[in-house]
Design a protein around this ligand. Sequence first.
Ligand code: FE2
Length: 299
Amino acid sequence: MFTRESPSKGPNSPRVVGFYEKPTGSIQYVVIDEATKKAALIDVVLGFTPSEARTDTEAAQEILDFVKAEGLTVEWILDTHPHADHLMASAWLKEQLGAPTAIGAKVRDIARLWEGFYNTPDAFDPDGDFDRLFADGETFMLGELPVRVMLSPGHTLGSITYVVGDDAAFVHDTLMHVDAGTTRADFPGGSASELYDSLMAILALPDETRLFVGHDYPPVGERTDPAWEATVAEHKAKNKHLGGGTPREDFVKIREERDATLSLPDRMLFALQVNLRGGRLPETESDGKSYFKIPANTF
Ligand SMILES: [Fe+2]
């Protein structure tokens, strides 16, 4: 798998290793406190073949192998939001590692929204399926590094950003790499205007903060390899949608015009059923198999 390293810059600065999952253009992160060898996993991917509704643990296994080879203790399995484009491997990795899973507290509202689309009242129980639901502003520790949670809605109504130590933030599907701009805001519960507010809050972090994004879809311009790290200063100066200080109205127009051209991810209707259960497949039926429920003519 294609990986990139972002070394620790010193005390209170995590080492970050990104793993690129090519089928969905997702970046899975291992965030490491070098002093204690404690680590968090962020936005891990369960492989999925939509034509067969078949899952695989290839990408997650690579994370597991890395963690073992590096002698890391995984303290947290974190997600930034219930993803629409990939299934999360959080439940599977929790089984392997025993670490608690967590996501933003507004996942409760996202669960109610999708129970409506699936016509399955009370199907999702995020309080039971995740070990922690983080509210805006909440903090926790990763080894000796403090982690702060910022609510950053727009892409979904309950996305969160994890700010780790002094100089790293996991901004999921708000920003894309500098040359690609920002991420779509047209899924149910999304809002380009709220996304703008979230982006401004992220770009108000210190200039040297390393921002790690959730997706990349090369080729982009001259670039053929995936990229996912840039500083606040780099995004403020050069981000395709925001660089130089794009006003709100212009950003919303750019975002909404772009979103109108995008088709929905082929995994979306499968993914939400799993991700709102913390990464678990739907309950097995009398034959021991798990089944998806897909609404027709809704999207
Ligand atoms: Fe997403």
